[in-house]
Design a protein around this ligand. Structure first.
Ligand code: FDA
Length: 401
């Protein structure tokens, strides 16, 4: 059977792309090997899907080419997606940092995309595994042959929307990377991102009893990461929470360039901790008692133990208090690694943007071959940015495929 467009991967980007191509009158087949479509959407945002963010720009993404995402994000913006959400009558609300969530379940977003595909006449092969893709050449209507469980299909345009490697148990595969390599396209080595960080055993031994304690802090992965002022959560294996997930992407990104250093956590963001401690030098209170005014008490005690002891403030020299204050403003953690794809939200790296047109998502050297969504080397911050990239890149490819 022959199609104008075959999209492999019925996640966020694939469904958006298929619907858009279908609206243009293209004969579209959407193929996915999973039993249920949109699994990542279903579990996202704690089941409420943080489907976009009010403020989206290239600075919210990591990529070897930080400008690549600019065009697609400008052509299909958060407001374009919000308009679709409102048209379907899906109730939503805003949380901190401009993050938009469904009031009810994430299923509403899957239904929206499925509805758009159905209205655009998209055909489905799902669940259906892809065995092989063959390039038939660049001349003529039928450029690709896709061999699947349901038969062999030929198509003019082939869109790869198979996502990244995060959470393998939800159907993630390296299909997109392998296919890029089959066509000679470079792939930036994938790594887990938005992922909890593991701590070395000696540090973990002291912090483990605090598992579950959350601190309102600000984290940063010098030299390149911005500061993320959000919660840091201590876990039985290391650190997590939104601030750590955000910096984990930068920490991993810097590993690839050899610039990976410690992660800094500011435990008293916005406050000159050295000055605050120096002002209490005459107090007889224990250091941990004073810190307990601003930090969870158990955490304050463990932090003092890590910092070399816990004594009455009036027994410290001024310069020692100032040094402790500096450490409070930049508590330095050297992760031993990450918790890997099983606990990651996204994948850093992917199909190298140098090989793709930022206007169409088409491979520069292979007419008719497109990549959309997370499979590309564009990785968003936590906060709805990854779905927005899926919508924007899927929409753009849908106008050309
Ligand atoms: P996506 O992974 O959605 O879809 C890929 C599809 O391809 C899947 O349906 C899969 O079955 C299919 N596939 C894979 N290999 C295949 C093969 N070999 N053959 C056929 N089909 C194949 N982002 C955000 O912005 N806000 C949020 O709230 C969250 N929350 C969140 C929670 C959790 C737990 C995770 C794991 C991730 C998030 N994310 C997120 C990230 C977001 O889910 C992710 O970036 C997008 O789903 C990426 O969309 P894609 O369409 O590119 O891939």
């Amino acid at each position: 059977m022959r199609f104008d467009v075959i999209v492999i991967g019925a996640g966020a980007a694939g469904m958006m792309c298929a619907a858009e191509a279908g609206i243009r009158g293209r004969r579209v087949l959407l193929v996915d090997h999973a039993e249920r479509i949109g699994e990542r959407i279903r579990v996202s945002g704690g089941g409420r899907c943080n489907f976009t963010n009010r403020e989206v720009g290239p600075e919210n993404y990591l990529s070897r080419n930080p400008h690549f995402c600019r065009s697609a994000l400008a052509r299909f913006t958060p407001w374009d997606f919000i308009a679709r959400v409102e048209r379907r009558g899906i109730a939503y609300h805003e949380r901190d940092h401009g993050q938009l969530f469904c009031d009810d379940t994430a299923q509403a977003i899957i239904d929206l995309l499925r509805g758009d595909c159905d209205e655009a006449g998209v055909q489905w092969a799902q669940p259906c595994a892809v065995q092989r893709v063959r390039h038939l050449g660049v001349v003529g209507e039928e450029r690709f042959e896709v061999e699947t469980d349901e038969g062999i299909f030929r198509t003019t345009s082939l869109v790869i929307a198979t996502g990244g490697l995060a959470v393998p148990k939800m159907g993630a595969t390296p299909f997109g990377y392998r296919l890029a390599e089959q066509f000679g396209l470079p792939v930036v080595p994938p790594m887990a991102a938005l992922v909890p960080l593991a701590l070395p055993p000696e540090m973990l031994a002291q912090l483990k009893p605090l598992s579950g304690v959350s601190v309102a802090a600000a984290a940063q992965a010098p030299p390149a990461s911005p500061e993320f002022r959000e919660a840091v959560l201590l876990t039985h294996r290391g650190v997590s929470g939104p601030a750590i997930l955000q910096v984990s992407s930068y920490w991993q990104f810097q590993a690839a360039t050899g610039a990976q250093g410690p992660v800094h956590v500011d435990l008293l963001p916005g406050e000159d901790a050295a000055g605050w401690l120096a002002g209490r030098q005459r107090s007889r209170a224990l250091l941990s008692t004073l810190l307990g005014e601003r930090l969870p008490r158990r955490f304050a005690q463990a932090w003092c133990a890590l910092a070399g002891g816990d004594r009455p403030l009036d027994t410290y020299a001024l310069r020692d208090l100032e040094a402790l204050g500096d450490r409070l403003n930049a508590w330095s953690l050297t992760p031993s690694g990450t918790l890997g794809y099983a606990k990651a939200e996204v994948t850093l790296g992917g199909v190298d943007t140098d090989a793709l047109s930022s206007k169409t998502m088409e491979a520069r050297e292979i007419p008719g071959l497109y990549f959309v969504g997370e499979v590309i080397d564009v990785t968003g911050w936590l906060g709805g940015y990854n779905f927005q990239w899926a919508w924007s890149s899927g929409w753009v490819a849908g106008q050309f495929a």
